[in-house]
Design a protein around this ligand. Structure first.
Ligand code: BES
Ligand code: MG
Ligand code: ZN
Length: 499
């Protein structure tokens, strides 16, 4: 897949099709729409006049015309972007993706996009390339026939009067981020017999090599030695040994304040049966995506390694399988975590928090001063926020605000839920320091967060519950159904802005 930028008029683009963003209720009476209308013999004004196309978000109209003069294209795709005031730089990613998927289905091999965004050239190009690259990801890796073989090979971004170097830089960066998101999605889509913790570790090592990261894998013996009794209590019922994957990005010259270190920590449950607190059979297959938090850390660290920001980042993936077995943890077992706290395990299906407990404590021991963990932690967050918003909770309001703000800029939605002493009371145990569940049915997502908080010492910390947003049940105009690589763009944005 190739991307290219053009700073002249769209007529210079040597492509099969043109795609242009059109605002709601816009007429073809001026500017580039007028030029395109002329090129197509007035078809644009006629589809608008006949109300065949109104410019609503994701509305499309395909116009075929006889190629004229310099223009090689014989197809024009109008793609609605809604109200001009709602059209952000991040929206360009969806427009580019929706146009790519639409044209790909019609066997178009190359097209030029006129994004018509007011954003900075570099940002517009970055978003466009990310949308182009992520829109072509499909779930058909394991099909032997009926695979999707159609691809758009060349994407041209047309910004008349733009800066060629900024556009080129943005396209490169967008491609790195898009490819990294596709790596995340590929991991989340792997079946659990293929992607067990050992394989997750192997792929992390290969990725680290490619992206210039350091990678260390802690095995169970090492974790035992470190006192990670909480994480190990989940792994003990599985034939698959747990791995703690530690990725380090270190810039050549750091601009970070001395001693400051951001850590990204991901839940990597490669399959969640629930353990002895076994889940019902129906829908259990979905639990292969219970490693999506870890996969997002993988993708974000890959992008960071290749983009080379001037601040260090630590990435930690707790890769564990949760199975029932003769040796498995029982509800009522008590274990001791790495930070010395004792935990009464009352439900072995609340395992994500158990592995993150030791993973965040380890991150802080490695020097992290700011920790963002991400996890498909609770079914409750799906009830609360659906697949629209990721829940964010944390002990530092500035960090929570930073995530929400970076999410807006990156095109991802976050919604804050509260934490606090009243909620923390809910995990007091009668016989140990804490228990891993709270009062029945109450504030499930918050209880998960305040449990993890018990293992954060001095660091600023935020928790992202991505159970609702890591997987798309339906195809979208810009994206195949399935894994979304949620949080990757937000985290990359956060790192870039902290330079
Ligand atoms: N992996 C699940 C959370 C989940 C559920 C993600 C549904 C996606 C869809 C997690 O390990 C879990 O089982 N959580 C329990 C916690 C409960 C036992 C306190 C839940 O949400 O029911
Ligand atoms: Mg569970
Ligand atoms: Zn789980």
């Amino acid at each position: 897949m190739k991307t290219q930028a053009i700073t002249a008029n769209f007529q210079e683009a040597n492509v099969d099709a043109l795609a242009v963003a059109v605002f709601k209720d816009e007429k073809a009476s001026s500017g580039v729409l007028k030029d395109l209308d002329k090129l197509t013999g007035g078809i644009i004004s006629s589809v608008i006049k006949n109300e065949d196309f109104k410019g609503e978000v994701n509305e499309t109209a395909l116009v075929r015309f006889a190629a004229k003069g310099k223009v090689k294209a014989s197809m024009l795709l109008l793609i609605g972007v809604g109200d001009k005031t709602d059209y952000t730089t991040a929206s360009v990613s969806n427009v580019a993706g929706a146009a790519t998927r639409f044209l790909r289905k019609r066997n178009v091999k190359s097209f030029a996009l006129l994004p018509r965004s007011d954003g900075e050239d570099r940002d517009v190009a970055q978003n466009a390339a990310t949308g182009f690259v992520t829109s072509q990801f499909e779930l058909d890796k394991y099909r032997t026939k009926d695979k999707n073989t159609k691809t758009v090979d060349t994407f041209v971004l047309c910004v008349e009067g733009g800066s060629a170097s900024a556009l080129k830089d943005g396209l490169n960066r967008g491609q790195i981020i898009g490819d990294s998101m596709n790596h995340t999605r590929e991991l989340a889509n792997e079946p659990p017999n293929v992607l067990h913790p050992t394989e997750f570790a192997k792929r992390s090592q290969a990725m680290a090599k490619e992206a210039g990261l350091k990678c260390e894998i802690l095995d169970e013996a090492k974790m035992e030695k470190l006192g990670m009794g909480s994480l190990m209590s989940v792994s003990i019922g599985s034939e698959q040994p747990a791995k703690l994957i530690v990725l380090r990005y270190e810039p050549k010259k750091s601009t970070a304040k001395k001693g400051e270190l951001l850590a990204l920590v991901g839940k990597g449950i490669t399959f969640d049966t629930g353990g002895i607190s076994l889940k019902p059979g129906e829908g259990m297959d979905a639990m292969k995506y219970d490693m999506s938090g870890g996969a997002s850390v993988f993708g974000a660290m890959r992008a960071i390694g290749l983009l080379k920001p001037s601040v260090p980042v630590l990435g930690i993936i707790a890769a564990v399988e949760n199975m029932p077995d003769g040796k498995a943890t029982r509800p009522s077992d008590i274990v001791t975590a790495m930070n010395g706290k004792t935990i009464e395990i009352l439900n072995t299906d609340a395992e994500g928090r158990l592995i993150l407990a030791d993973a965040v404590a380890y991150a802080e021991k490695q020097g992290a001063t700011k920790i963002v963990d991400m996890a498909t932690l609770t079914g409750a967050v799906i009830i609360a926020l659906g697949d629209v918003n990721t829940a964010v909770l944390g002990n530092d309001q500035d960090l929570v605000n930073e995530i929400i703000e970076c999410g807006k800029e990156a095109g991802e939605n976050y919604w804050q839920l509260p934490i606090g002493r009243e909620y923390s009371k809910g995990i007091k145990s009668d016989i140990a320091d804490i228990k891993n569940i709270g009062p029945a049915r109450k504030a499930g997502t918050i209880i998960g967060a305040v449990f993890i908080q018990e293992f954060v010492d001095k660091a600023k910390w935020a928790h992202l519950d991505i159970a609702g947003t890591a997987w798309n049940d339906n195809e979208k105009p810009h994206q195949a159904k399935g894994p979304t690589a949620v949080a990757v763009r937000t985290l990359v944005k956060m790192v870039e802005k902290s330079q």
